[in-house]
Design a protein around this ligand. Structure first.
Ligand code: HEC
Length: 221
């Protein structure tokens, strides 16, 4: 019967579309590009900022035996070249991901991509390519906020930011620029707490960018 045939085809088409959508949803791919990922500059800051809070995976708390403040500690949860088989990938991605727990924010898709790509490339700690420090066009949106997101906002974000200092938005960053704490803490001036906590000092280039933004009036540019 013709009518039945059409209905059957429509039904088949809907079913096929469903299968395609289901497979696509299950196969979310985090690896989308082929640039070399540098461990010290791109991967380590993600772990230090998002996993090493007090009571978590730093060298004194070592929650669940993990210290994610350095390469050796991170490698205990990594299977080189097998990101899907790596603990750090499994515990940070949905549907089973449980880290970082509340009140901290989950990792962004971009951060997970960086980690997955680094693991896929062998999870090595190779020297990074050095680029000349360029502080000519420092703005809040293009220089300062990305820097704070990378190095600081695992702790200074979420629903209960460390030290009650939220650096995920302009107002929070500006307040700490004006009171001197932002520059004082990253330059490890003795009257301030040295930041980023549980990590090495920011590069002189990154410190220079923050200083320049503050010196030019900490604008919302
Ligand atoms: C692993 C967690 C962690 C990271 C990463 C981190 N902070 Fe902090 N930060 C804290 C905690 C906890 C406090 C509050 C206790 C203290 O002052 O030591 C704090 C305090 C501060 C303060 C107040 C300092 C003072 O002397 O009053 C500033 C400013 C600050 N952080 C800026 C930053 C910046 C900028 C970065 C990134 C470059 C950063 N933090 C990275 C945990 C962190």
């Amino acid at each position: 019967m013709k009518l039945f045939k059409i209905q059957k085809n429509v039904w088949l088409a809907v079913a096929a579309l469903g299968v395609v959508l289901f497979v696509a949803a299950c196969k979310k791919e985090y690896i989308q590009n082929v640039n070399d990922v540098c461990f010290q500059q791109e991967v380590l800051p993600i772990f230090q900022s998002n996993c090493t809070q007090s009571g978590c995976h730093n060298s004194s708390s070592r929650q669940s035996g993990y210290d994610f403040s350095n390469y050796e500690g991170i490698m205990r949860a990594v299977s080189p070249s097998d990101y899907k088989g790596s603990t750090v990938y499994q515990i940070t991605t949905t549907p089973f991901g449980i880290m970082p727990p509340s009140p901290y924010n989950r990792l962004s898709d971009e951060q997970i991509t960086t980690i997955a790509l680094w693991i896929d490339q062998g999870a090595k700690d190779l020297p990074c390519q050095t680029t000349a420090c360029d502080t000519t066009n420092v703005t809040f949106s293009s220089s300062v906020l990305p820097l704070l997101n990378t190095y600081c906002n695992g702790c200074h974000g979420g629903s209960s930011p460390s030290g009650d200092i939220n650096l995920t938005n302009y107002n929070g960053a500006k307040a700490n620029a004006v009171n001197g704490k932002l520059v004082g803490s990253v330059k490890w001036v003795s009257s301030y707490s040295a930041m980023p906590q549980n990590a090495s000092k920011l590069s002189s280039c990154n410190i220079a960018k923050l200083e320049k933004w503050v010196a030019l009036g900490a604008k919302n540019d």
